[in-house]
Design a protein around this ligand. Structure first.
Ligand code: IPM
Ligand code: MG
Length: 397
């Protein structure tokens, strides 16, 4: 019984193994980190995305252009608009990222990206893969870095979510063995686990943070999570000055809302899906997913985005101009830091803290009773220009 079905599933599995083994070979041959300092010009691609994406992206871009005015003038930095990463276009060619759009993206060095709609079964769109997931894979953006801070509660977390494997890499390549049996696959590789864990430990070391927390479910998901955890043990040996511990994802989710424990976490590294879930929880603790930025970093490319979705309803209801651009502006600050402008990034972070947490003279509510994204961005830029920015920020802390 089932011989034919099992044979077909085995064949499918064989193809997946081959693809993953080839990916491992590519990882082994990967070049070293790109040096942004040597590029002239460094190209920042701006990808609006869907729904409220183009609206909020536009505001973050204005702030970046304002902060990088001199660099643009001197020809060190160039902005480039990348059109076409919309759900309509993607649906039309039935691809997560249309080929011509990907080709344009690859001509840039870093990207500022608005949210893109991810169809699911039953939506009016073909059930194509998420553009995010496809882009992370196509550009090998293996580290999803998401900081969360709540100074009043002594929370200062930074999550290093593995971004190219885990439950995601074969997320659209599962198999229905029979009508009754559905199987998906989760992948952890030595090289994939090592590079994200190393990045987390490096970050801890460079920033004098003596604490890395590794999160898995290795007690149950023994093969893949077991590998991730044992890689952590191996990498940790290279960082004797950094203490580390490991937690299971369920209790980690609980401890993030335990005031007695949560401020002890600092740098957290974890496989893809756990990172997806926990970073939404963490962002909520900070004030909502709209308040967090996200960096997707690889050795050659990097992409900075809002952590929330494209909110098509806001566009349908004519409220897109009221969408809160905070998350993507935070991502823009991460972009600045990544390409070597830590001072400009700090100015932007300080201004954002003042505007959105402390003074709140302009607040985006998502509706016409609040500020527009453009008004909020103007407020942030005006705050950056204040010669007493730092004092003002210190007072607000
Ligand atoms: C995120 C998002 C994406 C993910 C979706 C849009 C595919 O939730 O960036 O966290 O699951 O990674
Ligand atoms: Mg998510």
């Amino acid at each position: 019984m089932w011989e034919k079905e099992i044979e077909k599933a085995k064949e499918h599995f064989g193809t997946l193994c081959r693809e993953q083994l080839e990916r491992i070979e590519r990882m082994k041959q990967q070049e070293d980190w790109i040096d942004y300092g040597t590029l002239k010009p460094l190209i920042i691609g701006v990808v609006g995305g869907d729904g409220i994406g183009p609206y909020i992206c536009q505001e973050a871009r204005r702030i970046l252009e304002f902060l990088l005015e001199d660099e643009v003038e001197k020809g060190k930095i160039k902005f480039r608009d990348i059109e076409g990463l919309t759900i309509e276009n993607r649906a039309q060619v039935n691809k997560a990222i249309p080929d011509d759009v990907l080709a344009e993206i690859k001509k840039c060095h870093v990207l500022l990206k608005g949210p893109t709609t991810t169809p699911k079964k039953g939506d009016p769109w073909p059930n194509i893969e998420s553009a995010n997931v496809a882009m992370r894979r196509a550009l090998d953006l293996f580290a999803n870095v998401r900081p969360v801070k709540v100074p009043a509660e002594d929370i200062d977390w930074i999550f290093f979510r593995e971004n190219t494997e885990g439950a995601y890499v074969l997320g659209r390549k599962g198999v229905n063995v029979t009508d009754d049996l559905a199987m998906d696959f989760k992948v952890i590789t030595t090289q994939g686990a090592e590079r994200i864990i190393r990045l987390a430990f490096d970050y801890a070391k460079k920033n004098n943070i003596n604490k890395v927390t590794v999160v898995t479910k290795a007690n149950v998901v023994k093969t893949t999570d077991g590998k991730f955890l044992s890689m952590a043990g191996q990498v940790a040996e290279d960082y004797p000055e950094v203490e580390w511990d490991d937690w299971f994802i369920d209790i980690m989710a609980a401890k993030l809302i335990d005031p007695a424990r949560r401020s002890q976490f600092r740098v957290v590294v974890l496989p893809n899906l756990y990172g997806d879930i926990i970073t939404d929880e963490a962002a909520q603790i900070q004030g909502g997913v709209g308040t967090a930025g996200s960096a997707n970093i690889g050795k050659r490319y990097a992409m900075f985005e809002a952590i929330h979705g494209s909110a098509p309803r806001m566009v349908e209801e004519g409220r897109a101009q009221y969408a809160d651009p905070t998350s993507i502006i935070k991502a823009a600050a991460m972009l600045l830091r990544h390409i070597g402008y830590p001072q400009k990034a700090a100015q932007l972070d300080m201004a954002l803290d003042i505007c959105s947490l402390h003074e709140k003279k302009k607040v985006c509510t998502g509706r016409s009773d609040g500020a527009t994204g453009a008004e909020f961005a103007d407020y942030v830029m005006k705050t950056i220009q204040d010669p007493h920015l730092e004092e003002r920020w210190k007072k607000s802390q």
